[in-house]
Design a protein around this ligand. Structure first.
Ligand code: SAM
Length: 241
């Protein structure tokens, strides 16, 4: 089932230039935040980060031919303080217990190493779209810092799209007191117009190719209203001594 979704996403990626153009900017921004050291992608799925970071170790809970290692973000198969960067693109909201992931990230990253997360952002504009037009649930009431008993019937695409928004807005003080050595360096609320119009991986695009660049030029202005309009959130966290 998860393999089928990832194979379908890879086909859409190859056939939808609008989507590739939007992701290109996001991957380039992620690359700009990386620090020297080994880079591991968790929940790598389609493996697209490799186009921008050819040396990345691309991992997922499911094995696919283009991935390097099978790894659950909650139990990382890497030595302590051995990694420079952990990248999660649309993966954080699929992790059952994010506290297990942050415990592991804190252990596996070297001092100065980074976690770079791109995830859905729940704004006034994105909530109805994610809630009614996307198959994954949005539960803004869940506290991601509370441990959940692990479900035997869980599948990799089970999710709560509100996880990043809750964790890095409402629960940021709690995150900080629980992980004082994981310092949030940067938060950007982004992807206000072109991305929703592109239809993502699941819907047809309403954005003709010729409108992509003009729309992208508008994005910085729209981002000033990110709390109201954004569909994505970029979070950069740095491991402190
Ligand atoms: C929406 S896909 C994103 C794939 C890819 N990063 C992309 O942007 O196309 C989410 C991925 O997270 C993976 N995943 C789910 N639970 C995970 C876990 N506990 N640890 C690591 N990856 C997980 C899924 O298998 C899936 O490939």
């Amino acid at each position: 089932m998860s393999d089928d979704i990832l194979h379908r996403h890879r086909t859409v990626w190859q056939q939808k230039p609008v989507l590739r153009r939007l992701y290109e900017d996001w991957y380039r921004e992620i690359v700009a935040w990386l620090v020297p050291g080994r880079t591991v992608e968790l929940g790598g799925g389609t493996g697209n980060l490799k186009e921008y970071v050819p040396t990345v170790c691309c991992t997922d809970v499911v094995m696919l031919p283009w991935l390097n290692v099978v790894a659950d973000a909650q139990r990382l198969p890497f030595q302590s303080e051995s990694l420079g960067n952990l990248v999660l693109f649309d993966a954080l909201h699929h992790i059952e217990n994010v506290t297990l992931f942050f415990d592991e990230a804190q252990r596996a990253l070297r001092v100065g190493g980074r976690i770079v997360v791109m995830d859905p952002y729940i704004s006034w504009a994105s909530w109805p779209i994610y809630r009614w037009l996307h198959s994954e649930p949005v539960d803004c009431l869940e506290d991601p810092l509370v441990f959940k008993p692990q479900r035997a019937d869980r599948v990799p695409f089970d999710a709560n799209q509100a996880i990043a928004t809750t964790l890095f807005e409402r629960n940021q003080p709690q995150f900080h007191s629980r992980y004082p050595r994981l310092a949030v360096q940067h938060i950007r609320r982004m992807a206000c117009a072109a991305y929703p119009l592109s239809g993502g991986f699941d819907h047809p695009s309403l954005l003709p190719q010729w409108m992509v660049m003009p729309m992208l030029r508008l994005e910085p202005m729209l981002e000033r209203l990110g709390h109201l309009l954004a569909f994505r959130m970029l979070i950069v966290i740095e491991r402190q001594p």
